[in-house]
Design a protein around this ligand. Structure first.
Ligand SMILES: Nc1nc2c(ncn2[C@@H]2O[C@H](COP(=O)(O)OP(=O)(O)OP(=O)(O)O)[C@@H](O)[C@H]2O)c(=O)[nH]1
Ligand SMILES: [Mg+2]
Length: 508
């Protein structure tokens, strides 16, 4: 008995060291070339029973249909390195709290696993830790894997795990990697029981040895994971401080910040490339860009703001996983701090309208719904009747809509003209007297603002005109008269940063 205990403690030490390696293997489909999988598409019809008001807030018109969502999932699975062998679908009146899908469907999938020998099942849904565990157990049982090591059993990947995996494969910078790692650990923490359930069974869970080695191991693992999560948060905070410093330096330039936002694969990076020849990776895969790249760009044709800072951002997707919204807050901060958003849409995608709605929902969730937005239809070279697309778009969304091709350059002049119009709203009036020793500020005003009146008086150069807000803030000390600009503080409604992001993540 004593020897048994020592033996299991040794075992448990070894397991502890292996923890992060093991869970990495569990998730890291990137290491396996085109791992075969079964794709399960589910349409949740439970909204039919919602009240009229609740239904209205769901924006039913823009919900992705089963087929539309499945076709997006096919791209996501391929991007993650999976090969779909078979697809199974179900329309659900009410998700089953234990297995999400119905019992009959669960059996059907288990049979497909058995017939095809495929051990990976991908769900187009966000599964609770409990559902994930139940599904793995049920599938594993049918395959006769019940007592086998968890690695050889059937693996269930939900939508969140799949997107996280793609993010893990694409994160390039230190900050991106830290953010993905944090999101991964936060996702895994409540699912940790699954990893060690074989140990619990060895200890005779539920019987006399209830607090046997399996249970203890689990506690150690949970603590390790908690420490790891806290460590990551600290590191991210450090990197974020650096980013804040950069941003402050950038604000001093007084240049408008324009963020390219949009659905994944809409062509944001290609557009940035075209406008700057910056060489940012643009690939026909989902979530090619995770790290925000900012470039100082001179846009030919822009007069009041000849130079802007263009920021490429991570793509959005419908049902964006909670962990990602919370973990990618640094990236989303870039969107929050932009003066103008350029919403890039893929005009060649038949469901651009639903993608547009999904993007607008995320933007409003992160508090950017009121920013000036320029809507751009991209990939117009792939569309037969470009003018019709713009007409339909303008009718649906109202206001400023342009069509471009980031591949051929078509429409870019229109785009720049629309930018100019959108940016006019960014200028604020100033009345300043700038000492002669501060030539730099005067140059800046001429460069980025619109000057109405100049006079040379004893104290310095008197200028009336309009400049971007960031520059107006910088010129505050030189203000005379009544046109002074109030320093604009970010509205947080009495919330701390932490509270704000928690609320946003919770809402999703
Ligand atoms: N034909 C055509 N293809 C385009 C155009 N713009 C982008 N693409 C292609 O669309 C694919 C996606 O482009 P990206 O620039 O990577 O898209 P993105 O919006 O940055 O995507 P994420 O970073 O994943 O969010 C690439 O294969 C591009 O070559 C365009 O105007 N015309
Ligand atoms: Mg990109």
């Amino acid at each position: 008995m004593q020897a048994d205990l020592q033996e299991s403690e040794k075992e448990s030490d070894k397991d502890m060291i292996d923890l992060f390696e093991r869970e990495d293997r569990l998730m890291d489909v990137g290491n396996i070339q085109m791992e075969p999988c079964i794709l399960v598409g589910v349409e949740d019809l439970s909204y039919h029973r919602l009240s009229g008001e609740e239904k209205f807030s769901l924006d039913l018109e823009n919900q992705f249909s089963l087929d539309e969502s499945l076709s997006e999932m096919r791209e996501l699975t391929t991007t993650a390195g999976l090969k779909i062998i078979e697809e199974v679908t179900q329309r659900l009146n009410e998700p089953n709290p234990r297995t999400y899908i119905g019992t009959g469907k669960t059996k059907e999938i288990a049979a497909v696993c058995e017939r095809t020998g495929v051990c990976t099942v991908v769900f187009d849904a966000e599964l609770s830790p409990r559902q994930l565990k139940h599904l793995e157990n049920v599938f594993g049982e049918t395959k006769g894997f019940r007592y086998a090591d968890s690695e050889s059993a059937i693996k269930v990947i939900d939508r969140t795990a799949l997107i996280l995996d793609i993010f893990a494969q694409h994160a390039k910078t230190k900050e991106g990697q830290l953010q993905v790692e944090l999101a991964l650990h936060t996702y895994r923490a409540p699912r940790l029981t699954k990893l060690w359930s074989h140990l619990e069974r060895q200890s005779g869970a539920g019987g006399v040895g209830l607090r046997g080695p399996g249970e203890r191991q689990l506690e150690i693992d949970k603590r390790l994971l908690r420490d790891k999560i806290n460590g990551l948060k600290k590191q991210i905070n450090e990197v974020q401080k650096q980013r804040d410093l950069h941003r402050r330096g950038r604000d001093n330039l007084g240049l408008p910040v324009v963020a390219l936002v949009g659905y994944t694969n809409a062509g944001k990076s290609t557009m940035l490339n075209h406008l700057t020849k910056a060489g940012v990776m643009a690939e026909d895969i989902l979530f090619a860009t995770l790290d925000p790249t900012t470039r100082r760009v001179k846009l030919p044709g822009l007069k009041t703001h000849p130079e802007v800072l263009l920021t490429d951002t991570v793509g959005f997707i419908q049902k964006l996983p909670t962990q990602l919204v919370a973990a990618f807050r640094a990236t989303l901060e870039e969107v929050k701090s932009a003066d103008i958003l350029v919403h890039v849409m893929d005009a060649s995608n038949p469901i651009w309208r639903k993608q547009e709605a999904a993007v607008m929902e995320v933007l409003s969730d992160i508090g950017c719904g009121d920013k000036p937005i320029l809507k751009v239809f991209n990939k117009i070279d792939l569309v037969e009747d470009g003018t019709k697309v713009v007409r339909d778009g303008a009718a649906l969304m109202g206001g400023n809509v342009v069509a471009v091709s980031s591949k051929t350059g078509e429409g870019m002049t229109d785009f720049v003209a629309s930018m100019e119009r959108t940016m006019e709203g960014l200028l604020v009036p100033i009345e300043v007297v700038i000492p002669y020793s501060r030539g730099e500020e005067i140059n800046l005003i001429h460069e980025v603002g619109a000057v109405d009146f100049v006079d040379y008086i004893e104290e310095g150069t008197m200028i009336y005109g309009k400049v971007p807000l960031a520059l107006a803030n910088r010129l505050k000390e030189f203000e005379v008269g009544g046109a002074g600009v109030e320093e604009v503080e970010e509205e947080k409604g009495g919330e701390t940063e932490e509270e704000y992001w928690k609320r946003v993540a919770k809402k999703r």
